[in-house]
Design a binder for this molecule. Structure first.
Ligand code: BEZ
Length: 202
């Protein structure tokens, strides 16, 4: 399997945490890929027309995206029902938690692009505030989730979301606002799958 990879992407991190949790990391070749909201990338577009990472090429040549699809595919390669519960309430809880974490990341990345990629005079402060509001409301909802059970895609996504906040928004102060989430994250930060996928020093 080949994975379009960038160590700064929290969605790529999610896929790699799942791969480590399932014992599949050694079977994935990492293809270092630059990403930009404005530049074209023909090689990436040939695999994923949306020009987004992660994109996974399976051993039989199929290209899969985005991260929820790739993570569920890896789960199936590992036998199924491991990080994606097979059914019932546990499955819907895990999928909801994944959607919540991914949604927070979507808002944070839009803020990141606005702040890091746009000249200051062209930035739209109200728009950034609106995205940050979504991220903060999402974090408040994450605080209310039970993340302490089995390590499904829900807690895995939550860990990658909090890791991205620390990486790109180190002054956010989420630990003060959400002590329960902070206490949970302290416990998962040391897991081998989380340690092995840490983003680069920014
Ligand atoms: C980042 O540098 O923050 C980033 C890189 C790739 C995807 C998303 C975010």
């Amino acid at each position: 399997m080949k994975l379009r990879h960038n160590p700064a992407s929290p969605y790529v991190r999610k896929v790699m945490v799942v791969a480590h949790e399932l014992g599949l990391a050694d079977r994935i070749e990492l293809l270092s890929t630059a990403v930009s909201p404005v530049e074209s990338n023909a090689a990436l577009a040939a695999e994923n027309p949306l020009m987004k990472i992660p994109a996974l090429t399976t051993d039989d040549g199929q290209v899969l995206f985005d991260s929820p699809v790739i993570c569920e595919y890896l789960d199936s390669v590992a036998g199924g029902g491991k990080v994606f519960p097979a059914g019932g309430k546990a499955r819907w809880t895990a999928l909801r938690q994944q959607a919540l974490g991914d949604g927070i990341l979507d808002a944070l990345i839009l803020c990141r692009y606005e702040i890091a990629a746009r000249p200051e005079e062209k930035r739209h402060a109200a728009w950034t505030e609106g995205q940050m509001r979504k991220a903060h409301q999402g974090l408040a909802a994450l605080e209310a989730e039970d993340l302490s059970g089995p390590r499904t895609i829900g807690p895995i996504t939550a860990a990658c979301t909090l890791g991205y906040l620390d990486f790109r928004f180190p002054n956010d102060g989420w630990r003060q606002r959400h002590p329960r989430l902070a206490a949970w994250y302290k416990g998962v930060e040391t897991l081998p799958s989380i340690q092995a996928t840490k983003p680069p020093a920014s």
